[in-house]
Every structure is written in C-alpha cells, then in structure tokens.
Design a protein around this ligand. Sequence first.
Ligand code: IPE
Ligand code: IPE
Ligand code: MG
Length: 246
Amino acid sequence: MNYKDQIQKNRIPRHVAIIMDGNGRWARRQGLARMFGHRQGVKTVHTITEVAAELGIEYLTLYAFSTENWNRPKEEVDALMSLLVDTIAKETPTLMKNNVRLSTIGDITRLPENAQHKFQTCIAETSQNTGLHLVIALSYSARWEIIQATQEIVSAVQRGEILLEDVNEEMLSSYMTTSQMPDPDLLIRTSGELRISNFLLWQLAYSELYFTECLWPEFTEEEFYHAIVDYQHRERRFGKTSEQIR
Ligand code: IPE
Ligand code: IPE
Ligand code: MG
C-alpha cells in the first residue's frame, strides 16, 4: 500500500513546518552549480504546497532563507533574491487556484525592495483566500524573533501598558511572528541534517520531528505522505503518561 492510502483523514496535522535543505548538495552531486538546486527546490515547493492544500493542512511554514544565510557568498544571495522575485510572480496564479493565502515571517526589511514589493502584492492578492495558509520564513531566525518580542514586551512594561506579572507563555506567544497560528504539529527537515538551525525555537517545543535523508529537490509527494503517516503513528503525550492519553 502506498503512503497516501495510509493517511488517516481525521488526524491531519494542522500546522506543518519544513526546513527545506539540500538544494546545493543535490546540484553539486550532478556537477551543476548550486543555483540549479535552488531552482529545482522551487518545483518541490510548488508540489508540496498543492499537496498540503489538498490534504486540508491549515498552515504550512517553509524555511526559505535564514538570518544566517545572509552570510553566504554574495553571488548566491543575489541569485536567491532574484529567484524569489521570479517565483512569487509566477506562482501567484497557482496560489489563487488552490485558494492559498500567503504570508511571511522574518525581517523582510532586509530583502531588496523589489522582493519586498512582490511579496506585499502577492500577500494582498491572496489575503481573502480561505484554504491553506502558506507562511514563508525569509530572513528569519528564532533568536531574532525572540529578541524582537523581548524588546517589545520590555518597552510595553516600561510604558506601563503591561505588568511584569502579566508576562506568561500566552503573552510571549502573542508577540511572536506566528501569533496568529497554532504551533507546528510536525517539523520536517530534509537532507539528513539533524538540527533546527535557528528555526521556530519557541514554537517547536512540542512538535513531532521528522528527519529524512532525502534532499529537498527530490522530496516528492510520496515522501510527504510518508512523513504524515509517520506523524500519525506518534503518541503526543505533552508530559502526561500513555495511560492518560488513551
Ligand atoms: C537549502 O539548501 C536552501 C537554503 C538554505 C536557501 P542549501 O542551499 O542549504 O543546500 P545544501 O545544504 O548546501 O545542500
Ligand atoms: C537552514 O538551512 C535554513 C533554510 C533551510 C532556509 P542551512 O543549510 O542554512 O542550515 P545549516 O547552516 O546547515 O545549519
Ligand atoms: Mg543547507
């Protein structure tokens, strides 16, 4: 039986987050420049977004570019930025067709102006869509996000708008860039690396983690179903005992 048929329709994760890794290695293995891998990776984004929408996943958060990725060679950063601009323009009709709403998390002000503009346009155009919410993490890192939240809370306390004792989990969550979403149920990382790389540190506290050797450009629909089936076999205890859950 293939993985698609094993999916339990009543236990679809609400929020799936993905660290899309391995584009460069995929290209280099074929003797190609790293950018070929990034271009191929965009095709995977297209496929996985459509599949997620079809499955009824509510939120799909994709780590596309980290704060640390600004330290890559300038040629790669520039090429990635233009790939982003091209992709957004090209993919907007597909997002509309699939009723997908786009948003971004991260320090978007660091992106080139044309990229910021393209994103704003697409976000506005898709804002009334009611299906999958696609969130692209761009110039994002969890430590950046936590610092932002801390600064905002401290300044609200200083202004007397909130009391120190009001600062709790719920409040901190509301200051995160993901305040409008549930925490990820499932985190997938491709390419065999077993780390989080500064992604959603606060929100992943109780997410199920799924690592695959598969490189992002070759991550197929079936690989995605496999991850979801795997997730559906986990017991999420949140600190309780097995007996309490059953
Ligand atoms: C992930 O692929 C995409 C980005 C980080 C932009 P990589 O570019 O990290 O690919 P590898 O890890 O070098 O293979
Ligand atoms: C993480 O991948 C960031 C994205 C997928 C955008 P990296 O390839 O940058 O992560 P490290 O540097 O190997 O941890
Ligand atoms: Mg990488």
